[in-house]
Design a binder for this molecule. Structure first.
Ligand code: SAM
Ligand code: SF4
Length: 474
């Protein structure tokens, strides 16, 4: 479907494309990152205020290595001050890789004849979910190519199927979606299936670049994609995720594009997006992107620190596209979610180990560790791995905002819930070594708890989990 301005933009101001490139470039070219100004901007964020486009532009313009270090340190301080020690874990599940679009960076592009095309049957989907549950996963993001096969009803049906799968003590408690934008009716259909977040990445906010990498298919329509999540809002999905694919255009422009997108949501719906993703482009079968805008490791970690400071209350998602070392640094900036045990080959969770084969995948991943290995490492680094889905299930929407702005929210809900879901994981899936580390981390965090009532309630629930009860939360 093409974008019809007469249907959306005129009928509803909120559906207007809101990116003004000259405004963004104006901020980038006119702001000067003097030492005083940069420190002022960092201090504003550490005071728990979101940054304006102009202030974000100050940070993206910094080239002085000392000041870059101060930006990164600022992000670390913000994380320590606000977010506590938990990291939420999830896994992506590819449901179908047929695609009618021609995105020059993606292994699923329609012109890629080498790509092995599959759509999981219901039976295969159930098997995949069982395998994921048996590894301990509780939160999934379902991923689809864009194809008439994967219409709203198909997506809604697959979500319902996933929720129904129960293996042992396993169950999936939150299903998020990464799929093409829909019309309002389509979003309503998917919403009714009980999804968590609907993610759509704009890839690049720069129109000319967008046109040059999206050669054909529905996705070639920049405006239809840009306003996709507005239609989702209109359909009642207020939990949405935005993202940019770094490496297509100047990363400074994309960071400001993301912040502009957040502003748009806050202005129109009084709530920003739930999460921001920042995939960095990786090799893929039939990949055709020039290196001009490739983002170095240093620039990448810097831009994530800037995002953290610019929107201190928005969830940040980091994926296995990035290698372990980069993941470790970025986690210290307050990333809220990472994927663990990721396999992106279709049907791979229920299969035996296989080498990566780019002709069966969308792109190359760089962190191939199992969920158990990732949890082991998180525990070593003093994080609390979490599978918490409590806010979503108790109707506490906008949890990232509440974590940030409601005093004591993290101590009252997030940390105890992280400990409860970790305890479940330890009982049901952990090796004895990981279990021993988990027990230590839980004990340490219990000892640090200041509120005796919360502590008492938590200890009661932890005892119940050891006795076999599941799914306990605050
Ligand atoms: N087909 C839907 C779409 O394009 O929105 C949803 C799924 S798509 C498979 C998910 C995301 O993967 C895209 O939005 C893009 O940002 C990312 N992606 C595609 N090719 C990539 C590559 N070579 N490296 C890293 N990320 C990539
Ligand atoms: Fe299709 Fe999405 Fe890949 Fe583009 S990024 S080719 S729309 S699967």
């Amino acid at each position: 479907m093409m974008y019809h301005p007469e249907k959306y933009a005129i009928a509803d101001e909120r559906m207007k494309p809101f990116i003004d490139e000259s405004e963004i470039w104006g901020f980038i070219s006119q702001t000067k990152p003097t030492k005083e100004r940069v420190r002022e901007v960092i201090a504003k964020s550490l005071d728990k205020n979101r940054l304006s486009l102009e202030e974000t532009a100050v940070l993206v313009n910094v080239t002085d290595t000392e000041l870059i270090e101060e930006i990164k340190q600022g992000a670390k301080t913000l994380k320590e001050k606000v977010y506590g020690k938990r990291i939420v874990l999830f896994a992506p599940l590819y449901v179908g890789n047929f695609c009618t679009n021609n995105c020059k960076y993606c292994g699923f592009r329609t012109t890629n004849r080498k790509q092995v095309r599959t759509t999981l049957t219901d039976e295969q989907l159930v098997k995949e979910v069982e395998a994921l549950e048996e590894s301990g996963q509780k939160r999934l993001i379902l991923v689809y190519g864009e194809h008439p096969k994967y219409n709203a009803q198909f997506i809604a049906d697959s979500v319902r199927t996933v929720y129904q799968v129960k293996k042992g003590n396993g169950e999936i408690r939150r299903v998020n979606i990464n799929a093409a934008p829909m019309d309002i009716e389509g979003f309503k259909t998917v919403h009714e299936a009980g999804i968590g977040t609907y993610q759509i990445f704009q890839e690049t906010y720069h129109r000319e670049t967008y046109a040059s990498v999206h050669l054909s298919g529905k996705k070639a329509d920049y405006n239809y994609r840009l306003t996709g999540l507005d239609r989702a809002q209109e359909a009642g999905i207020d939990d949405v995720g935005i993202g940019a694919l770094f490496g297509l255009y100047d990363w400074r422009f994309e960071v400001l594009g993301l912040i502009r997108h957040v502003n748009h949501f806050e202005a129109c719906y009084n709530v920003g997006p739930h999460t921001i993703s920042f995939p960095r482009i990786k090799d893929a079968s039939e990949y055709e992107i020039v290196d001009k805008y490739r983002v170095s490791d240093e620039e990448f970690t810097r831009l994530v620190a800037i995002l953290r400071l610019a929107v201190p209350y928005t969830g940040l998602i980091l994926t296995a596209r990035e290698p372990m070392e980069i993941r470790q640094e970025i986690m210290s900036f307050g990333v809220s979610q990472i994927d663990g045990g990721t396999k992106i080959e279709m049907g791979a969770y229920s299969k035996k180990e296989e080498d990566q084969n780019l002709d069966k995948e969308q792109f190359k991943i760089n962190d191939n560790r199992s969920l158990g290995e990732i949890i082991d490492e998180l525990l070593d680094k003093d994080y609390i791995p979490s599978f918490c889905t409590a806010c979503y299930r108790t109707g506490r929407t906008g949890e990232h905002f509440m974590e940030f702005s409601v005093p004591g929210f993290i101590k009252k809900y997030c940390t105890p819930n992280a400990m409860l879901t970790l305890a479940e994981y330890m009982e049901d899936y952990a090796t004895s070594e990981v279990k021993a580390k988990g027990i230590k981390v839980i004990e340490k965090n219990l000892a640090e708890m200041e509120d005796d009532t919360i502590k008492k309630n938590l200890v009661e629930r932890l005892t119940k989990i050891r006795a076999g009860e599941r799914d306990l939360y605050f």
